[in-house]
Design a protein around this ligand. Structure first.
Ligand code: PEP
Ligand code: MG
Length: 570
């Protein structure tokens, strides 16, 4: 039995499929017969073209012609006689191995494209790197796993999954995910919860304990993994699985009920989403709106930025589907662990403290921020959209975004384009700085949403994805709890709405504390909403005051958590 971090609830039972996207190590090697090596290269080129062709055909039927176009572009690059001629020339003249010649020639081209300002050229650089890896993988005999078409009953075991890989998973085939890296709040874990696939992460060394086809059981609520279990253990987990699904069924009776405490305090239970399609899940679980739409997912998994028009359609779709219920849309929050290759962001020394989120957007007003804000304003004519700014640290940033929004409103007025003139502009409170001056922000911002995933990271100075120091990453730490309590108090004093969209908002041990502090809105993965509603209806905020006072008197996160566990289970 192995213990990792619980990342997405539920029991997964199935067969291991190892997903390995290994980093290629390309060495320069001398070859004695260049003619034979050129034949080897030609063989790899042909195989790569066949692979690409098959991928394009599959993508065209499964997703659409437009998406398949990207791969048709790769075919053209592979068929380019100048490129292949240069590679063959290098093998011939320098007597080097194909892998090295491909590395050198393709990287030269990719770097040249990447140095040009033009967006299309940036795209071509990414494409060039892609075909380079594909050819090298063929030569090295490394199989790429097609994550979207794994066999039914697969449990993915991987070093790590990128958010775009996780998004490509087909939940009807994948019954579980186990990774060596990542944490509860890494974006692949958040996506696993959205897809309702049980997941265990941060399980160091698991790859050396399994092989393809092994029987595997995972408990995503407890963070447990068992490889090749005995029959009776398997039966026990099958029972657990049924119980989990039964509880899920029971929670359905909370559908359509108000989210109100025993003493009549009404809160909003809303959902976190990443794509317009996620709205179906919000409605399925009776979400009262959207508390966080992470728009960066619209920018991922593609070769160029979505246009203003595409963004407008995406935001409008969510606003219309929610039919007047609040929809908080967060402007682009990239950087940190969320990379978008075509944006041309250089790797920061310190990505979480670097050039990202609102800092990046305010620096790229014309090509990034204006189109997004314009799309949001235009979509606001079709529903109850609110705009939220991520990673704010000082009031100047808020004012700069506000001024930009006002400018765009004036442009829209001039053109007679409709939008909601009263649209709210709020902030994520997720940095230590924003928390410390929450009273100042509360005078100008229309609402707050506490991002505990980052607030914990920045308050505790602990990288949210680093499992070596994950023992420090706890929202129950008195430092983080004091910060949360004060942020809520500042918002309440100023009379603005205060919500929470970090993972803590759905933590059963945290919910009673947040109710006592006076949180107005809880935003979480859609599948967590009904359990949260059940809890909320069982408490009285009056009675919770003493519990919160006691919890705040402890010195360590462990003591708070233990106390809350005892209280919740009593
Ligand atoms: C947060 O930081 O709590 C949050 C909700 O945003 P993200 O997880 O996307 O950084
Ligand atoms: Mg954040």
């Amino acid at each position: 039995m192995y213990k990792g971090t619980n990342a997405s609830a539920g029991i997964g039972i199935g067969k291991v499929t190892i997903v390995e996207e290994q980093e290629l190590v390309i060495k320069r090697e001398m070859v004695t017969d260049s003619a034979v090596e050129i034949q080897r290269f030609k063989g790899a080129l042909e195989a790569s073209m066949k692979q690409t062709e098959a991928l394009a055909a599959d993508l065209a039927t499964r997703v659409g012609e437009k998406e398949a176009e990207i791969l048709n572009g790769h075919m053209m690059l592979l068929a380019d006689p100048i490129l292949t001629g240069e590679i063959e020339g290098m093998i011939q003249n320098d007597s080097v191995n194909s892998e090295f010649a491909i590395e050198t020639v393709c990287t030269n081209y990719a770097d040249m494209f990447a140095s040009m300002e033009d967006e299309l050229m940036q795209q071509r650089a990414a494409d060039m790197r892609d075909i380079k890896t594909r050819m090298q993988k063929v030569l090295l005999g490394i199989q790429s796993v097609d994550i979207a078409s794994l066999p039914e009953g697969s449990v993915i075991v991987a070093k790590d999954l990128t958010p775009s890989m996780t998004a490509g998973i087909n939940p009807s085939n994948v019954t579980g995910i186990v990774t060596e890296l990542g944490g509860r709040t890494s974006h692949s874990a958040i996506l696993a919860r959205a897809l309702e696939i049980p997941a265990v992460v941060a399980l160091t060394g698991i790859l050396s304990q399994v092989k393809d086809g092994d029987r595997i059981v995972l408990d995503g609520s407890e963070g447990m993994v068992i490889v090749n279990p005995e029959d009776e253990v398997l039966a026990q987990y099958q029972g657990k699985r049924e119980a989990f699904l039964k509880e899920k069924k029971e929670l359905e009776k909370y559908m359509g009920r108000p989210s109100v405490t025993k003493d009549g305090v009404c809160v909003e239970l809303v959902a976190n989403i990443g794509k317009p399609e996620d709205v179906d899940k919000v409605l399925q679980y009776d979400g009262e709106g959207v508390g966080l739409f992470r728009t960066e997912f619209l920018f991922m998994d593609r070769n160029a930025m979505p246009t203003e028009e595409e963004q407008f359609e995406a935001y409008k779709k969510v606003a219309v589907a929610l039919d007047g219920k609040p929809v908080i849309i967060r402007t682009l929050d990239i950087g940190g662990d969320k990379e978008i290759p075509y944006m041309g962001l250089e790797k920061d020394e310190n990505p979480f403290l670097g050039y990202r989120a609102v800092r990046f957007c305010l620096d790229r007003k014309d090509d990034v921020y204006r189109p997004q804000l314009r799309a949001l304003l235009r979509a606001s004519a079709f529903g109850n959209i609110k705009i939220m700014i991520p990673l704010v640290t000082c009031i100047d940033e808020y004012r700069a975004v506000k001024a930009l929004v006002e400018e765009i409103k004036a442009e829209l007025d001039e053109k007679g384009i409709k939008y909601n003139p009263g649209i709210q502009l709020g902030i994520m409170v997720e940095t230590a700085a924003a928390s410390l001056i929450a009273d100042i922000f509360a005078r100008e911002a229309d609402f707050f949403s506490i991002g505990t995933n980052d607030l914990t990271q920045y308050t505790m100075s602990v990288d949210r994805g680093n499992d070596k120091i994950s023992y420090l990453y706890s929202t129950f730490n008195p430092a983080v709890l004091r910060s949360i309590k004060r942020i809520i108090a500042c918002a309440r004093e100023a009379g603005i709405m205060v919500g929470m969209c970090g993972e803590a908002a759905s933590d059963p041990m945290m919910i009673p504390l947040l109710l006592a502090f006076g949180l107005n809105e809880f935003s979480m993965s859609p599948s967590a909403i009904l359990r949260a509603r059940k809890m909320i209806t069982e408490y009285s905020t009056q009675e919770l005051q003493a519990v919160a006072d006691k919890a705040m008197s402890f010195a360590t996160a462990q003591e708070v958590e233990c106390y809350m566990k005892e209280f919740v289970n009593s």
